[in-house]
Design a protein around this ligand. Structure first.
Ligand SMILES: N[C@@H](CCC(=O)N[C@@H](CS)C(=O)NCC(=O)O)C(=O)O
Length: 234
């Protein structure tokens, strides 16, 4: 595959016919970046400083939300990190990385996809905001700690589910493993993994050892200010 990495904001979202992803190191855009790499698509990636809404204001012309990821494939524009992998599976019939609707675990697969962001990443984002990214005078130890506890409590379903499984569903690696692993990985970055159960830490370790993850996780690392979150709550 031929992946171009660009660090200059390009206002045009349609410079060629290649898929394009806007990414910040360690942000949720790691989900689609990892999915693109696993599936072997030819794509462009543009790396932005975090948060682009503040540090790269011209990005608002690309994505009026200012959030990461932003993904373009022809006329299709997506802003939800957990939707993009699913889109790639369905749009390109890449069921080698997903489950078909007729699969007995299809409902589970979809549920984990949505669970990954709506249930898991959401409390992490609040903990991060009030633990790290706000100006010191606006930070709140209480809010950060409460949302950390909330996140750990929300792992209950995953803890149970993963007791005797190697992958989330279908007995194979799917895009649902990508979206759920990202939440676990972000939790690890901010020090929440000390409260992970051992089999969840093992699952995270297995997923992170995948060559595609290893390849993309470093993209944008050099100038990343998402590194400062490392272990903030340890
Ligand atoms: N639900 C969206 C959330 C996107 C989102 O909030 N991304 C964060 C990065 S992890 C962001 O861009 N934050 C910066 C901001 O809100 O300005 C998704 O899953 O992609």
């Amino acid at each position: 595959m031929n992946t171009n990495i660009n660090t200059e904001t390009n206002k045009s979202t349609k410079t060629n016919n290649k898929m394009k992803l806007w990414h910040c190191h360690n942000a949720r855009s790691l989900r689609p970046l990892w999915a693109l790499e696993e599936m072997g698509f030819d794509y462009d990636v543009e790396v932005l400083p975090f948060p682009p809404r503040v540090l790269k204001k011209d990005y608002l012309a690309v994505n009026s939300l200012g959030t990461i990821p932003y993904f373009v494939d022809g006329d299709c524009h997506l802003t939800e990190s957990s939707a993009i992998g699913l889109y790639l599976v369905e749009r390109y019939q890449r069921y080698d990385f997903g489950l078909e609707p007729s699969h007995p675990e299809y409902a589970d697969y979809l549920n984990w996809q949505f669970h990954s962001d709506a249930t898991l990443t959401f409390p992490q984002a609040v903990a991060l905001r009030y633990g790290v990214f706000e100006k010191p005078e606006r930070r709140s130890k209480q809010v950060a700690e409460d949302y950390q506890k909330w996140f750990i409590a929300r792992l209950n379903r995953l803890n149970e589910h993963m007791k005797d499984r190697e992958f989330l569903c279908g007995n194979k690696f799917t895009v649902a493993d990508i979206t759920i692993t990202y939440a676990l990985y972000l939790g690890e970055l901010i020090g929440f993994d000390k409260d992970y159960q051992p089999h969840i830490n093992d699952y995270l370790k297995r997923m992170k050892a995948r060559p595609a993850f290893q390849k993309v996780v470093v993209i944008g690392e050099q100038d990343s200010n998402f590194k400062k979150v490392k272990g903030f709550n340890r």
